[in-house]
Design a protein around this ligand. Structure first.
Ligand SMILES: NC(=O)c1ccc[n+]([C@@H]2O[C@H](COP(=O)([O-])OP(=O)(O)OC[C@H]3O[C@@H](n4cnc5c(N)ncnc54)[C@H](OP(=O)(O)O)[C@@H]3O)[C@@H](O)[C@H]2O)c1
Length: 260
């Protein structure tokens, strides 16, 4: 791995020809990250369940220097993860960057969380991250790579009424640190990106209610919730040489929420 002193400013954020797999890229934060990578010349596999939405992501990249192709997979299913990673790495001819972004929020208290809901959240938000790292490991370790796990500010602090989600995101940060240590001497950096409130489908039910929307604006020091584009710069940083000496860390992009 070159030190940053050996790289020019332009090299630091260079993504030309980088091969990236982005999960949950059919909409929301994942789609924005996949498009930003393609705009910077990366070749991207966009993974999610809904083919039509993935195709829309790919179409939006058609005029870009890089490209995006779809991989349909239900990340709640270990066999589908295995097949999806092998399809992506075969199509890309290897892998330099893995962005574990797909996630689900069940919005339920500890007392009311059923085992089925707990399992559904853990299978997607946590187990899928483990399996994707395991499956993509050989490719990432072949020449140095980057893992970006999209956790949440609720991986650092709790929120009332989202028990399984909060637990899963805290665990993703733990898994990020564990894997960072294992791969530290192998040239692969593993970090977590922790968004605050971002206006996506995940937050749609909350942003539609003025009282909840007002709370989110008030609770966020900068006075607004984020747009998906607010997450792309930090994702590029964690996916490029600019962050080569950073591993096992959390990059918190929350408009100041956790600074309070
Ligand atoms: N929005 C926020 O305020 C916020 C804040 C902090 C952290 N985050 C985190 O950021 C990440 C992205 O969130 P978002 O707001 O962009 O959510 P979103 O708009 O709901 O998008 C979720 C993405 O995950 C995919 N997905 C869901 N279940 C899947 C499954 N079983 N298999 C494969 N893909 C699946 C969805 O595609 P399909 O439905 O097509 O499968 C979609 O592409 C999540 O990890 C979330 O926890 C979001």
């Amino acid at each position: 791995m070159p030190t940053n002193a050996e790289s020019s400013a332009a090299d630091l954020f260079d993504m030309a020809g980088k091969r990236a797999l982005v999960t949950g890229a059919s909409r929301g934060i994942g789609r924005a990250i996949a498009l930003e990578f393609a705009a910077r010349g990366a070749v991207v596999s966009a993974m999610a369940r809904t083919n039509s939405d993935l195709v829309e992501t790919c179409t939006r990249a058609s005029e870009m220097p890089g490209s995006i192709s779809p991989v349909v997979a239900d990340l709640g299913n270990p066999d589908a993860i295995r097949d999806g990673v092998s399809q992506a790495t075969a199509e890309l001819g290897g892998l330099d960057i893995l962005v574990n972004n797909a996630g689900y929020d069940n919005e339920q208290t500890v007392q009311r969380t059923t085992l089925d809901e707990w399992q559904r959240v853990m299978d997607l938000n946590l187990r899928a991250v483990l399996l994707l790292c395991q499956e993509a490991g050989p490719q990432l370790l072949d020449g140095g790579g980057k893992v970006v796990n999209v956790a949440s500010m609720f991986g650092l602090v709790a929120v009332r009424g989202e028990a399984a989600y909060t637990a899963s995101k805290h665990a993703v940060i733990g898994l990020t640190k564990a894997l960072a240590l294992e791969w530290a001497r192998k040239g692969v950096q593993v970090n977590a990106l922790c968004p605050g409130f971002v206006e996506t489908d995940m937050l749609a039910s909350a942003t539609a209610v003025e009282e909840a929307a007002a709370y989110m604006r008030k609770a966020t020091p900068v006075g607004r919730w984020a747009q998906v584009e607010d997450m792309t710069g930090p994702a590029v940083f964690l996916a490029t040489a600019a962050s080569n000496f950073m591993t096992g860390q959390t990059l918190v992009v929350d408009g100041g929420y956790t600074a309070q």
